[in-house]
Write a protein that binds this ligand. Structure first.
Ligand code: TMP
Length: 253
């Protein structure tokens, strides 16, 4: 069998050429990084969980009419996606102060914000993904004002969907990051949610206990990351509780 062509390898995922034009295969690795890859580890089972969780969220978004790049899951670690032109921005939505915002403004983590706040970082690892104002985005041509209006509308819909889904399973959506891609259909361009939505790119706190169920467990050495992600998957009914063992063959008597 011919080997698939690798098109791009990032910190947590690999993109391969897809089976048809306009498609790609997105592979979820077990690698975790934080602080712009200063901290690294391989966490067994993370890729399998994020593949499933991202499938779950992207499917839900597609079903409520929020367009995404997701087509279907292929296997434990891979999904078929539409090929998009990624806008070089990290679109961050915050409902409660945490992480870099809490630090920057001296706010206690968990402080409710007066309304969802959206911010943009310029996607550039060498620069450490710096926060950028809208004026930079337009002036440097990364996106137009119309694109930005559409991106904000998309991000707020993702926020309402994700907040509701997570609230239903006793989890608070503190903040999250999405990426947006362009799909060209002839002369017509559509913006879609791309990349992944998973506990790698969200802050998720148990509503009752405040326990962290996201990548902060790794960033801040708070315990076992796969256990946290498995708990999110279990609550959402996305997969059986023994998922982390699913990467290994199991003898059936
Ligand atoms: P921050 O508080 O560190 O700026 O992070 C805000 C949200 O964005 C949080 O849910 C984690 C997510 N995030 C990423 O997905 N990738 C990143 O590189 C960073 C810095 C944050």
């Amino acid at each position: 069998m011919a080997r698939r062509k690798k098109l791009y390898e990032g910190k947590a995922k690999i993109l391969y050429e897809g089976p048809e034009p306009g498609t790609l295969v997105q592979y979820f690795k077990d690698d975790a990084t934080a602080f712009n890859a200063e901290k690294k580890a391989t966490i067994e089972g993370k890729g399998v969980l994020n593949n499933r969780l991202s499938e779950f969220f992207m499917n839900g978004l597609n079903q409520i009419g929020v367009p995404t790049h997701f087509i279907k899951r292929i296997n434990m670690r891979e999904q078929l996606i539409k090929s998009v032109e990624i806008i070089p921005l990290e679109v961050i939505v915050r409902n409660f102060a945490a992480g870099s915002m809490a630090k920057r403004l001296g706010l206690e983590e968990g402080t409710p914000l007066p309304r969802p706040i959206i911010e943009f970082s310029y996607k550039d690892d060498a620069l450490g993904d710096p926060l950028v104002p809208e004026e930079y985005i337009i002036a440097f041509g990364w996106a137009s004002q119309q694109d930005l209006d559409d991106i904000v509308a998309l991000a707020l819909r993702v926020n309402d969907y994700m907040s509701g889904v997570m609230y239903g399973v006793g989890i608070k959506l503190v903040d999250f990051k999405i990426e947006i891609g362009r799909i060209w259909e002839g002369d017509f361009m559509r913006l879609v949610v791309a990349d992944e939505i998973s506990p790698d790119s969200c802050r998720l706190w148990d509503i009752k206990t405040g326990q962290k169920l996201d990548k902060d467990v790794f960033r801040r050495d708070l315990g076992n990351l796969t256990d946290a992600y498995t708990e999110v998957a279990r609550r959402l009914g996305v997969m059986p509780s023994n998922v982390t063992h699913a990467t290994k063959p199991t003898l059936i008597n």
